[in-house]
Ligand binder design. Structure first.
Ligand SMILES: Cc1cc2nc3c(=O)[nH]c(=O)nc-3n(C[C@H](O)[C@H](O)[C@H](O)COP(=O)(O)OP(=O)(O)OC[C@H]3O[C@@H](n4cnc5c(N)ncnc54)[C@H](O)[C@@H]3O)c2cc1C
Length: 386
């Protein structure tokens, strides 16, 4: 049986990034992906905040478009625009980007196993069985996306919850590329509809929901501008964060979507996942240097320390959003406009760190005007979670 220092299951963006970091440290890394064509099919809107620059993980060539801000739209069409002086987000070519991240790991020395599905992860003996053979290692990192069998094994009594993400790539008439549209639709709460310009003649129109595919397709078809045609349809799961999910057992860790390291409100997993690879690589290195697997538990602890309060606050916001009806949203958008809240959102809004904005809305008392039907007690609960 071939032995490695590290086995990585899944060569998506998060598994490939962790593999790259460990290979760069000089470890013998094996990177497995069941696909022959990394990154395909596209299952992502590919929008990330400019915070991604801090992860030092994104060469300019994979940015298809830079957006200034977002038009937020209520059910009755009231629109507010939030924006930054500079760009606020990048739209990525996810297919080429995933390939680049995988190849970067290989260039750093990781051994690539394409088209080789991992059938079983033996967490007691730190071994895997694939469609082609058996391999062992000192650490196994499972980053095989949502629906991981290892995650289920590690969390036998855990009820995994996820949303379905559905997206159309559209060919459009020439149109604006500076703003993303984010639209409320009360039949898919706490999901929402996005329209993301990739280029003047290409858009990604999508939503996430726990409703049916049929309903989602109906909504998206209605949202298409006249003159647009569908180039491709994509479906994928967006796992829900759960603070109680275990992500380490013996020498096996979960990473990325397999660990539900996803922002609850937006379903974005790239920046969070990249940050988690940094925590995981640091502690994996210490474990191998000192032959002490308590460092993998330390990965779990540091991840929770970094994200729990942000994600819990986002989940509290989602609970409130879920309880609102069309009238509530239409009223809220009118108040947002009348009270110049777009300015506060533009200043404090951050796709990755939403707590500063929530704090500001509570501190200024604006939130009570926006959500008069939401009881003071529930708003206090949000406040406590900030
Ligand atoms: C519709 C949609 C839109 C999204 N939009 C955004 C967005 O705009 N911004 C953002 O930040 N995030 C977005 N996300 C989330 C983002 O795509 C994920 O968080 C991200 O892809 C997670 O990366 P990952 O490497 O953990 O998993 P994945 O990207 O799922 O990669 C997992 C890899 O593991 C491989 N694999 C699976 N099982 C096995 C196995 N048994 N053996 C070997 N290989 C295996 C797969 O082939 C795949 O290559 C979106 C998700 C969806 C569904």
């Amino acid at each position: 049986m071939t032995n490695y220092d590290i086995i990585v299951v899944g060569g998506g963006p998060i598994g490939s990034t962790y593999a790259y970091k460990m290979a760069k440290l000089g470890y013998d890394v094996a990177l497995f992906d069941m696909k022959n064509r990394i990154g395909q099919p596209l299952q992502c809107a590919g929008i990330v905040s400019t915070n991604i620059k801090d992860t030092k993980n994104l060469p300019e060539e994979f940015i298809s478009n830079k957006v200034k801000g977002a038009n937020l739209l209520s059910p009755n069409g009231t629109s507010i625009t939030v924006e930054k002086d500079d760009n606020s987000a990048y739209v990525l070519d996810r297919v080429l980007y995933d390939k680049y991240l995988f190849n970067r790991a290989v260039d750093a020395g990781a051994t690539a196993f394409y088209g080789e599905r991992v059938l079983d992860v033996d967490m007691d003996n730190t071994r895997i069985t694939t469609t082609n053979g058996k391999y062992s290692s000192n650490i196994i990192a499972v980053a095989c996306g949502p629906n991981s069998a290892t995650s289920k094994k590690m969390n036998p009594n855990f009820k995994e919850e996820s949303y379905t993400g559905i997206q159309y790539t559209l060919k459009t008439e020439p149109s604006d590329t500076e703003y993303v549209d984010v639209r409320v639709n009360t039949s898919i709460l706490p999901g929402f509809i996005w329209k993301i310009p990739v280029s003047p003649t290409e858009q990604r129109l999508g939503l996430f929901t726990n409703g049916s595919h049929k309903q989602a397709n109906q909504i998206l078809t209605n949202m298409m501008d006249s003159g647009s045609t569908i180039i491709q349809k994509h479906y994928g799961l967006i796992p829900r964060f759960n603070v109680n999910k275990k992500i380490v057992e013996n020498n096996t860790i979960l990473l990325g979507d397999s660990a539900n390291q996803i922002k609850p409100t937006t379903g974005g997993g790239l920046v969070t996942g990249f940050n988690c690879t940094t925590i995981a690589a640091k502690n994996s290195n210490k474990m191998l240097e000192e032959d002490n697997n308590n460092y993998l538990k330390q990965y779990e602890t540091e991840y929770h320390k970094k994200y729990d309060s942000e994600f819990k606050a986002q989940q509290n916001v989602q609970k409130i959003i879920k309880s609102m009806d069309e009238d509530d949203f239409n009223y809220m958008f009118k108040e947002l406009k009348d009270n110049n809240v777009d300015k506060i959102i533009s200043e404090y809004g951050d796709m990755d760190n939403q707590v500063p904005l929530l704090k500001q809305l509570v501190k200024t008392g604006v939130i009570f005007k926006l959500l008069p039907k939401i009881g003071v007690r529930r708003l206090k609960n949000i406040w406590k979670s900030l």
